[in-house]
Design a protein around this ligand. Sequence first.
Ligand SMILES: Cc1cc2nc3c(=O)[nH]c(=O)nc-3n(C[C@H](O)[C@H](O)[C@H](O)COP(=O)(O)OP(=O)(O)OC[C@H]3O[C@@H](n4cnc5c(N)ncnc54)[C@H](O)[C@@H]3O)c2cc1C
Length: 282
Amino acid sequence: EAQRRRFLPAIARGEELWCQGYSEPEAGSDLAGLRTVAVRDGGGYRVSGQKIWTSLAGEADWCFVLARTDPGERRHRGLSFLLVPMDQPGRIEVRPIRQMSGTAEFNEVFFDGARAPHVVGGEGAGWRVAMGLLARERGVSTLVQQIGFAAELAAVIAAAVRGGAVRDPALREQLVRQWAELRVMRWNALRTLGAAGDPGAPSVAKLLWGGWHQRLGELAMRVRGAAAALGPVDWSAGAPYELDALQRLFLFTRADTLYGGSDEIQRNIIAERVLGLPRLER
Ligand SMILES: Cc1cc2nc3c(=O)[nH]c(=O)nc-3n(C[C@H](O)[C@H](O)[C@H](O)COP(=O)(O)OP(=O)(O)OC[C@H]3O[C@@H](n4cnc5c(N)ncnc54)[C@H](O)[C@@H]3O)c2cc1C
């Protein structure tokens, strides 16, 4: 309760920004293989290790870090969900990962004995807390995301009207199909609010919106036609390139089937936990 009072109001007001410290160089889909460790220190912990692909780590005030607190346990056991303040010079280093587009949204984050004053759910409960949070990211949180999706679809439709692509019957049909699917996704996301305990619900939602958003990016490029491939007038200026909103939409949506757990992992979860299929050799 004390953590709720301390952190939730500032999150809701957008005053404190957070980043997600799950993935590591050797632990992405296989998150339970993570190597970051934390040892008790006074009332809190000291964290050491490396995270990667940490979105907006350079802007975040706090990071929630999944780390091993019990070296005697393996895999999902012995992990804890720690809250780490990012402003710790000498103890936390954030290195931006520059992409082809010239932007650097995500980062490598190195922890060297960084202070973690809070543990969520108690020591050793990290996997349960992290999976609970991931289920929200894959499922219910899309209710908010869909406000953005609707605005992006409106921009694609406006570009189709402006550029004349609406006269192409095939593209026209795809625009309507995209709109109808967005409605279905919204109703489905609303249903997941009451589907706690259904192990497949977040994975179904993630598969739906990841694929839908990726198709929207592709449709945006088809609507623009050949002009979609055009870059800035003066390429010599180098990265970051001044791409327009639809080009950025297309490029970013390539990642939709990866972050938050890839499509393959969502299908594995459904196969094993819902359909009861035997686990494949890893
Ligand atoms: C835009 C973006 C933002 C991100 N932000 C964050 C963040 O803020 N914090 C954070 O912690 N992480 C973040 N990530 C990392 C993301 O969670 C991982 O990329 C994702 O979990 C996949 O892990 P990986 O990249 O190590 O790929 P890998 O796990 O190496 O997977 C590579 C490929 O193999 C497939 N694969 C792996 N295992 C299996 C299997 N058992 N069965 C079938 N196929 C399999 C995967 O589906 C994938 O196609 C972000 C990623 C992206 C793209």
